[in-house]
Design a protein around this ligand. Structure first.
Ligand SMILES: C[C@@]1(CC(=O)O)C2=NC(=C\c3[nH]c(c(CCC(=O)O)c3CC(=O)O)Cc3[nH]c(c(CC(=O)O)c3CCC(=O)O)/C=C3\N/C(=C\2)[C@@H](CCC(=O)O)[C@]3(C)CC(=O)O)/[C@H]1CCC(=O)O
Ligand SMILES: NC(=O)c1ccc[n+]([C@@H]2O[C@H](COP(=O)([O-])OP(=O)(O)OC[C@H]3O[C@@H](n4cnc5c(N)ncnc54)[C@H](O)[C@@H]3O)[C@@H](O)[C@H]2O)c1
Length: 154
């Protein structure tokens, strides 16, 4: 069995920092917004959806590259997702978080993840978080789709 425990955390109004604002960041932000998290995004460029959320005040977009100065944005966050398309950036975010004991997830390297981002299935008042223990995101996706089909019928 995987060592990764599915902990269900109340995210309402919890600060979460996301570094990077591309395809993966957008997918994960969309999920986190549905759990009412308070999101700060740090990236020089963002997808149209993230720009729209920023314009609507749904999240805060700090339009900047990761830098030592940007470390101040990490303060008070429950966890951090680093999804820049630059492994040096994700690595720097990871060490800054670990220095502060903030759990961090780097989308490009499972060894720099204090937790994994799950596939989410919801329906009939049930929420499921699915992982293949970090070893197989395709299997996680397949299982998530099957659980979604099950929950739709509840
Ligand atoms: C479950 C899901 C949630 C989500 O991401 O929302 C998820 N990955 C998904 C999709 C996906 N991942 C990747 C592709 C593109 C390639 C392709 O098409 O095959 C696609 C497809 C796509 O993006 O469409 C590539 C990839 N993934 C990881 C690495 C780095 C590495 O393995 O070291 C690389 C190489 C990156 C690179 O090339 O640099 C790592 C992780 N991915 C995880 C979760 C974590 C636990 C996995 C587990 O449970 O075993 C883990 C370990 C850490 C984390 O990131 O938390 C979601 C499916 C569910 C859904 O879609 O509903
Ligand atoms: N874990 C997963 O599920 C998964 C799946 C596919 C890809 N990936 C990995 O996730 C990462 C992001 O992929 P993507 O498809 O979203 O990329 P993308 O190109 O769509 O987005 C990259 C984002 O990083 C930002 N960025 C670049 N340099 C930055 C810096 N210095 N500081 C802050 N932000 C910066 C860009 O502005 C952009 O918003 C890649 O490393 C990719 O290999 C992970």
């Amino acid at each position: 069995m995987s060592r990764y425990f599915p902990l269900f955390v109340d995210l309402e109004q919890e600060k979460i920092v996301v570094v990077g604002a591309g395809r993966i960041a957008e997918r994960r932000i969309r999920t986190l917004l549905s759990f009412d998290a308070r999101i700060t995004v740090l990236a020089p460029e963002a997808t149209e959806a993230i720009k729209t959320w920023a314009e609507e005040g749904v999240l805060h977009w700090q339009q900047a590259c990761w830098s030592q100065e940007a470390e101040k944005f990490l303060e008070g966050s429950l966890f951090v997702l680093s999804a820049a398309d630059d492994s040096a950036v994700n690595e720097a975010v990871c060490s800054a978080c670990r220095k502060r004991n903030i759990p961090v997830n780097c989308a490009d390297d499972r060894t720099r993840c204090d937790f994994y981002f799950p596939g989410i299935a919801e329906g009939g008042g049930v929420t499921a978080g699915i992982t293949a223990g970090g070893t197989n995101h395709r299997l996680a996706r397949e299982a998530t789709e099957k659980v979604r089909e099950l929950l739709i019928k509840m």
